[in-house]
Write a protein that binds this ligand. Structure first.
Ligand SMILES: [Zn+2]
Length: 323
């Protein structure tokens, strides 16, 4: 057993979060920097390198104190090559050679994966997944992402797209999705999806509802407002949450039928709706799963909040311990 440490980096469009962790997943230091996406994102990688080196100096540590760095990033990640392309919220339009550049800049090994996958790893390791070998994770935020751990391994698929739960079709010929397809889960269950469902249902709704009045008056609404109003028994908001829960229950039911994980963990900003949302998704989930899956696969809420990514990212570096 070594007492070497791990570094986790969770790169997002507004901040990059960092943590120094033990191999048991205990966070010892945590900090963050703003993500500077100017000049085609060309400052991002140098800023990360500088921040890591600066903090090692600050804590009187050297690269020898670490097994390596694990990092989660938006975009299409090639874990083998250590590269990422198409991270548009970072202004990264051309391939970024993260492994080459960060290893050269920090003198530590780097493992990378996409942001949804590292959040899945974090929740699986230290959060709601209770370190079980079979855990699926869905994140409901600006978009809908996912990650799947099966038999203890994160699934990637042939081109890195395994676990893209946001693009599971839940409504043939449904809403147009940014991916070019129609009826993706993301178009209904992301933050903007919930608002879109609310707008469309308000048009046809004839009853008494404060949510409908707001929409008819052209007021801005958010997914949080829809859930809050549903909790306050607004008749239209209740129908909207029921519709969104139906699509989530359908998609997650089929994840259950296919993978039979111990837990399907729901995270991301929309999941702040909490137990109220979880219960409704669970009731549709039970409708769409066959008996053995219904009995053994549980729907849970994520419990690490926004540190899931950095914890999961750090866990990527554990692979260097065996080498
Ligand atoms: Zn899609």
């Amino acid at each position: 057993m070594t007492d070497k440490k791990l570094i986790g980096v969770d790169l997002g469009g507004t901040t990059a979060k960092f943590a120094i962790m033990t191999m048991d997943g205990e966070i010892q230091q945590r900090w963050s920097i703003d993500t500077d996406i100017l000049d085609e994102g060309s400052h991002i990688t140098p800023d990360i390198i500088e921040s890591i080196n600066h903090h090692l100096d600050l804590y009187n540590m050297t690269p020898d104190d670490f097994i390596g760095i694990g990092m989660g990033t938006p975009g299409s990640v090639n874990s083998q090559e250590g590269t990422v392309i198409g991270a548009y919220n970072l202004n990264w339009k051309t391939p970024q050679y993260l492994r080459r550049d960060i290893e050269a800049g920090t003198h530590m090994k780097l493992a990378i994966d996409n942001d949804a996958n590292v959040a899945a790893l974090g929740e699986r390791w230290k959060g709601a997944g209770e370190n079980q070998p079979d855990v699926a994770f869905v994140t409901l935020g600006t978009g809908v992402g996912g990650g799947i751990v099966a038999d203890g391994h994160l699934l990637h698929g042939v081109a890195g797209s395994a676990g893209e739960l946001g693009h599971v079709t839940v409504e043939p010929h449904g809403y147009d999705c940014t991916c070019g397809k129609q009826g993706c889960l993301e178009t209904y269950a992301s933050a903007t999806g919930v608002v879109r469902v609310a707008r469309d249902m308000a048009e046809e709704y004839a009853g008494n509802s404060k949510l409908k009045t707001m929409l008819d008056d052209g007021e801005e609404i958010s997914s949080k407002l829809v859930f809050d109003m549903a909790k306050d028994a607004d008749a239209l908001a209740i129908k909207v949450v029921d519709r969104v829960s139906y699509y989530l229950g359908l998609a997650l039911g089929n994840v259950g039928n296919m993978l039979n994980p111990s837990y399907i963990v729901i995270g991301g900003g929309v999941s702040a709706a909490g137990e109220f949302l979880r219960q409704q998704v669970e009731s549709y989930f039970e409708e769409f799963t066959f008996p053995n899956v219904k009995k053994t696969t549980k729907i849970r809420l994520a419990n690490l909040g926004n540190v899931a990514g950095v914890i999961g990212a750090a866990s990527l570096a554990l692979q260097f311990n065996q080498q």
